[in-house]
Design a protein around this ligand. Structure first.
Ligand code: IPE
Ligand code: IPE
Ligand code: MG
Length: 268
């Protein structure tokens, strides 16, 4: 049973959105490009890093909302392989905030039955961060609820490059033959292995681009763009995105009503 009262109390606008949603119309996996921290800070005359600090509340709230909606997975884009180009101070603060987040939020993750799964080239992060990530993975490994993936030093292209390298290596000693590579094989060897592809991809801050996120996995994702800046993103915004998703008609290249063919043939 979904934990609706804890997600949105009766009588609130959030609950109204929720009550209009059919359970079968919910996405199984939501991915979010959390963008706009810098602009949020600039609007307030603050340094960019204050936007990142403020964004933590939105992370906490989204993870909790996704857990209470009983989604299978939530994947948040926290740091891209391209984000190393940013000023050293900003990168250092982002890493410090990540450490703080891991230390503070572990308990909430355990309480919400969340399984934590960092994705990306984690070996290139500071050892202290790698240790913190590992601890969080271990502490939540027996949880059975939401899989919370956080993308760190991640990009869709590096993910595919790593996969191709692994395949080439396995091909060299013939432990992998070309015929075994199909779409299912690729999916099983991506960082999202074992999870459904994201049904819904949200990007905040009004930018209309993918910025190298989950390139393979979003082939058929529904896209939702909102102008809300990440530090202002709330459960209500998440529910609005889900409600928008629930109205979409997913076709996967097929036709909407399979029955229509028979009707067409009958009139020919
Ligand atoms: C998103 O906010 C956070 C990260 C990419 C780490 P930005 O820092 O990109 O904020 P804007 O886009 O400059 O406003
Ligand atoms: C995408 O945001 C990366 C993350 C949210 C971690 P960016 O702000 O880095 O993307 P661009 O530069 O606007 O494409
Ligand atoms: Mg940005």
């Amino acid at each position: 049973m979904r934990d609706l009262d804890r997600l949105a109390a009766p009588g609130t606008p959030e609950r109204e959105i929720l009550d209009r949603l059919a359970p079968e119309s919910l996405p199984r996996h939501i991915a979010i490009i959390m963008d706009g921290n810098g602009r949020w800070a600039r609007q307030r005359g603050l340094p960019r890093v204050e936007g990142h600090r403020a964004g933590i509340r939105a992370v906490r709230e989204s993870v909790e909302a996704a857990a209470r909606l009983e989604l299978e997975a939530l994947t948040l884009y926290a740091f891209s392989t391209e984000n190393w180009k940013r000023p050293r101070w900003e990168v250092r603060t982002l890493m410090a905030l990540l450490k703080e987040y891991l230390a503070k939020e572990l308990r909430t993750m355990v309480e919400n039955n969340v399984r934590f799964r960092p994705i990306g080239r984690l070996g290139e992060l500071e050892t202290e961060i790698q240790d913190g990530l590992q601890r969080a993975v271990e502490a939540t490994s027996s949880n059975t609820g939401l899989v919370f993936q956080i993308a760190l030093n991640y990009s869709g292209r590096t993910e595919l490059v790593d996969l191709m390298r692994a395949a080439a290596l396995a091909g060299r000693d013939r432990s992998l033959l070309p015929d075994r590579i199909d779409e299912a094989w690729v999916a099983e060897h991506l960082v999202t292995a074992g999870l459904p592809d994201p049904d819904l991809l949200i990007r905040t801050s009004g930018e209309l681009r993918i910025s190298n996120f989950l390139l393979w996995q979003i082939a058929y994702a529904e896209l939702h763009f909102t102008s809300v800046l990440w530090p202002d993103f709330t459960t209500r915004d998440l529910l609005l995105a889900v409600a928008d998703y629930a109205r979409r008609e997913r076709r996967y290249g097929g036709v909407v009503e399979p029955g229509q063919d028979a009707a067409d043939e009958a009139t020919e």
